[in-house]
Design a protein around this ligand. Sequence first.
Ligand code: BGC
Ligand code: BGC
Length: 856
Amino acid sequence: MKVIKPSVISHKIKLGIALMSSVGLLTMAGCQNTQTVQVDKPVDPRQGDISIWPTLDVAVKKDPKVEAKVAEILAGMTIEQKVAQTIQPEIGSITVEDMRKYGFGSYLNGGGSFPGANKHATPADWIKLAEDLYQASIDDSIDGSSIPTMWGTDAVHGHNNVIGATLFPHNIGLGAAHDPELIREIAEATAKEVMATGIDWVFAPTVAVVRDDRWGRTYEGYSEDPKIVHDYARSIVEGLQGPVNADFLSERRVISTVKHFLGDGGTVDGDDQGNNIDSEQDLFDLHAQGYVSGIAAGAQSVMASFNSWHGVKIHGNKYFLTDVLKEKMGFDGFVVGDWSGHGQIQGCSKENCPDAMNAGLDVYMAPNEWKVLYDNVVAQVKAGVISQQRLDDAVTRILRVKVRAGLFEKPSPANRPLAGKAELIGAPEHREVARKAVRKSLVLLKNQQNILPLKPTINVLVAGDGADNIGKQSGGWTISWQGTGNSNDDFPGGSSIWDGIEQTVKAAGGKASLSVDGSFSNKPDVAIVVFGEEPYAEGNGDVSNLEYQRGNKTDLALLRKLKAQGIPVVSVFISGRPMWVNPELNASDAFVAAWLPGSEGAGVADVLFTDESANVRYDFTGKLSYSWPAFADQGPVNVGDEDYQPLLPFGFGLTYGDKNVLASDLSEVAGSNPDSQVAEYAIFERSAQAPWALTIGTETERKAVDSKIVSLDKIQIRSIDKYVQEDARQVTWTGGQADVSLGAPFPDDLRAYTEANGVMQLDIRVDSQIPAQVWLAMNCAGECDGKLNIAPTLANYTQGQWQTLRIDLACFAKAGTDFGKVFTPFSLATDQPLQLSFAAVKLLAKPEGESNISCQ
Ligand code: BGC
Ligand code: BGC
């Protein structure tokens, strides 16, 4: 449920420092003790208190020779050539000829976008595309410009779009390692793998300080603690770019981006791309620390964030992009936008947004809409809507980075020293670093009777759907954007957690068997169960509370089944965030938070097993860099909170021999709040919310909707944009019975919603004529079916306009839905031609909205 907070913040003012605020001058000269007083100060999101922000001692100094060269190039450029430097298209929507014609300053490949749209593109294919686009960029035959372009990619846990690359643990696991030197090694290895594919620039590190673990990007952050992020940002920037004055942006290095500026980890309810309403002081103390050290270490680009601060999108906020970042902090590289992020500024669209550049954005990330945007920016500069001076400043910054990176001198991508060195992709020495990182990231939460470590000579059963699943253990941003749709074959050279266990145990003469469902013929000495979240990225991973497998506790059932047979159970939990797993903890003798370890799953067995003589090979060293929640609906729990009541605190992590601290009978009541059962429940929000899965079906077939377009004989569904990328689906029925449904193999008890007089709320858009019957149903796998004909209501809607439809759940109950065991909470069906789109599907308690349908 959304919390509405007044737009007034408590501004902390340290007495003892003379400080100007909008409420007046507070001077307490001579006062020794620092105390805090609360002064209510209305927030002006466009004009803050600049004195909060430091001027950084940036390692890369302005070099007069570089500046002279930039000025000389700039002086010879036309408006069109300059604007082209500020536009960044995506490889899927430009051709080499477009590059020749426009001479874009840069381009990107989005998550899960490959040369030739081929997931299995080889390093040679990547190099070829880099070379072709580079050559076209320096070809001045059409645009008169010969400025080399540069390629940016999301190498966020290794070079994760490339098959065979080393995939390091996601940042959440690295945070648990508390080891800045390790981060440097990882960054150095990543830079080499990126360079082997001819790419110049990476959109990393993410320096979000994550305060609400319901955020789908929690795992992209190192910690909830700004100190860890501060220390890591320096290491990763230096590892990627090389230390200033030694190897800086050499052939082995890439340009880095600290992102997403500013406040992405602190939005209300952990909403992706949401609104941060922290005070400006908290924005600095908590959310800006990665910029403080990353920029000081020489990061050459900063990515603007999708989020707002007090309702104003950062992409359009001149105060932050220009006054704070560039002028006060002294950042002299360039600011790149996020994926069409400029289009979210009020009054802007993806194709038209002078406000972003005027606010201080230097590069528009305009993956698909680059063409119209380019024309608009050119026209806006000519008309003075964007000043010449602002454009020149943006281009100066871009060229400054290109000169510093040696792009004018370096050979073309195919001729650089590391180019095409396929042996660097997934090189054994990089995998060794990743495996070490896996070992160091594991956090031991529970170890009853010191059941761990295990001897490799015993009989081990390995169960759970995460055991032999490299895709699952790698999470989002893994080959595909969401990290879904991969099989173990997509990770040549990598290892699953099972692989490591099997090798270790077999080498020692023990017995290891893999059985996903936990069945066995010979009773094992111990069961290791590997389970956890399915991969997700960005807003698709937003959840409304932290309960693991809400309404669908299949993994708990597996743990209990094994325990009931007297088998000790070791749980290895894969997740992008701490979660409420009290029932699973109770059902486990030992419990390891493994986060998202990446391609070197074998690192897990290194720690779980001793050598044959029972000597520990690697002890647990990981400590929580995120507090572990005591309740599913606890809301943000962060170290330093006044009322800090986590289940396990920040910094927690057992080592071998430590006394176990968690009781074996933790409360299994998920919520601390009695009303939490009837909080807003999203079934579909940008994507199907677990445990529900989206499918389309006809009388004879059913298909999972696992890509942007999925079709069957009589029905097709595709992703479309309502507010943000791919947050809605358009469904086309061509005639003949077919449906689109959200369902799960196990039922959910939704009676709390009928008891609260709840409604189903649905964002819907009619895109065609409405036939006589369109059925909206909630049903129970053949045992109950409550369906309503919503055609008469839809027929009143204007085509092409989004509407919010609300239906009393009582109508479904009357029609036959048994709310105690709902398998399919949403199904839309017709047998006539029809096209319509839907976005959010939610259950709400009344009186949030009136029903638009009367049911008799
Ligand atoms: C792209 C991602 C991008 C996302 C924007 C996807 O379609 O593949 O790279 O980050 O859109 O949110
Ligand atoms: C993400 C960024 C990413 C960009 C390019 C966006 O959706 O927010 O983190 O760098 O896409 O893929």
